[in-house]
Each structure stands twice: as C-alpha cells, then as structure tokens.
Ligand binder design. Structure first.
Ligand SMILES: [Zn+2]
Ligand SMILES: [Zn+2]
Length: 266
C-alpha cells in the first residue's frame, strides 16, 4: 500500500450535518498532499490525526467556495504552529488574488512563504516529481476554470522485477461535466475520484450547472480502465443513496460512495 487517501469532505456546495465540503488528503510515502480545502478541512485533519503543519503541498481545483473556504484558516493555523517551510500551492492563476488578500490582512508574522504555481494547462501536464511520485494536472469542464490532478507512483528496477508489485495511482476530478478528452488524462489510473453531484434523473441540471451524474462518473471510470471509482460531491437534494450508488454500479461495479473520514489504501 503506497497511497493512503483520507476523505475530509464529501458534500457539494452546501455543508450538511454529517458532511463537509470538498477536501481530501493523499499521503504518498510520508508526503501530505491536500486536494481542495473546503470549510472545516483543518478540523477534519485534526480528527484524522493528519499534521497541519507538515502539509507538503496544497492543490486547488477551482475557485468555488466549497473548494477553498478552508484555506485561510488552515494557513493561519500553520503560522500559529510555527511552520517555517515554504508551502507550494497549485491553483488556478486567479488564486493569486486570494493569496494577496490573505497576506495583506492576515499575513503579518506568517513565518513561511506561500509559493503559488498557477495552473494554466490545456492538456495533461506534469507539475513536479519526487523520488516516489509524479504529479500532473489537467483541465476539467466546469463553469469556471477548473483542474484535475493525477498522482502516479514511480518505482525502481527492484520493484518492477517483483511480479506482485502494482504501482499505485490516483486521479481527482472535481468539479466537471463529462468531456471526451478526460479519458485520455486519466487513462489507466487505478483509483479514480470523480464527482457525481446528481443522480441520472437530474441529468439536465447536471449539464446546465457543469456537473456530472452517477452515470457520467461511472462511464469515466469505465473508459479510463480504472480499477476502482470513488464518487462524492453529493447534491444536498439526494435522498436515496442506495439508488444513487446502484446507478453507478450498473455501469461500473467497483464504485464506492465516499463519506467524511473514510480511508482508502491502495
Ligand atoms: Zn464544488
Ligand atoms: Zn464548482
């Protein structure tokens, strides 16, 4: 098990009593990668015993509130905890405005640098690599500029020679409508998280609001050849979760509907 994913928030725009807005922590060989940072993310990190101060990098898919309203409190707490190491933030170019605002009003005495890497790609592009993982980003099709992220385990000859070894990989796609190029960006990924905001009966709403349905997410997993699909970012209007999950599994049987504090290892 090389990757460990902790779901910190699984709701969409409206936080509900048992679900926070989007945030996930991906742990890769001791590195902590935070994917989106909705309201409440830092409390969820504490509940999950994930270090706030040691965060390796923050990835922001897009600048909708349910994906970023947890950023300022998290940065503030990191400062109070005495972080010194620069923090890499991979976010759309316009996020520079948010960083400027935060530093202007709340940045005094912040003991670490925020290093913004603007996302502007129109195809899947590598962001960086470490000894163990290659991290890439790719465009999504949402109401505003949005990006997905992909993490592929890197390995040496010794592991490659082991017939039981299977490299881990993970892709995070939130928020998006289905679009043809996506299957290339996420081709062959082992575990795919794909938003499925609506059930199939709300297909029109999904299209109009640049979101996906259960069937859209399941088809994306099928086309990518994924091993497992995780769905979330639930509309607060979903009542029948069994029916919702059944719609995914009819197309892609290996689907799980994520909940806050769920952990997946792969
Ligand atoms: Zn959202
Ligand atoms: Zn959105």
């Amino acid at each position: 098990m090389s990757f460990r994913l902790t779901v910190l928030g699984s709701a969409s725009a409206m936080p509900v009593s048992d679900r926070n807005p989007s945030a996930q922590m991906l742990q890769v060989y001791g590195r902590l990668f935070l994917l989106d940072c909705g309201e409440g993310a830092q409390q969820q990190m504490r509940r999950a015993h994930l270090s706030i101060v040691k965060l390796s990098a923050l990835f922001i898919s897009h600048i909708h509130g349910d994906h970023i309203f947890g950023v300022f409190p998290l940065l503030s707490t990191m400062g109070m905890l005495g972080r010194k190491a620069p923090l890499d933030i991979y976010a759309p170019a316009a996020f520079a405005n948010h960083i400027r605002f935060f530093l202007a009003w709340h940045g005094e005495g912040l003991g670490f640098e925020l290093v913004h890497h603007p996302l502007e790609m129109t195809d899947c592009e590598e962001l960086f690599r470490t000894k163990n993982v290659r991290v890439s980003a790719f465009p999504l099709d949402h109401k505003i500029e949005a990006f997905g992220f992909r993490f592929d385990e890197l390995y040496g000859a010794r592991k490659a020679a082991d017939p039981l070894f299977r490299p881990s990989s993970y892709a995070y796609c939130s928020d998006t409508r289905p679009f043809p190029a996506l299957s290339q960006y996420i081709k062959g990924v082992r575990v795919l998280y794909h938003e499925a905001t609506y059930p199939v009966e709300m297909q029109d709403k999904a299209q109009e609001r640049y979101h996906s349905t259960t069937a859209d997410a399941a088809r994306a997993a099928l086309e990518a050849g994924a091993e497992k699909l995780l769905v979330g970012h639930y509309s607060s209007r979903i009542r029948d979760f069994e029916g919702y999950l059944a719609e995914c599994r009819a197309i892609f049987p290996e689907t799980s509907a994520v909940g806050d504090m769920d952990i997946y290892e792969f």
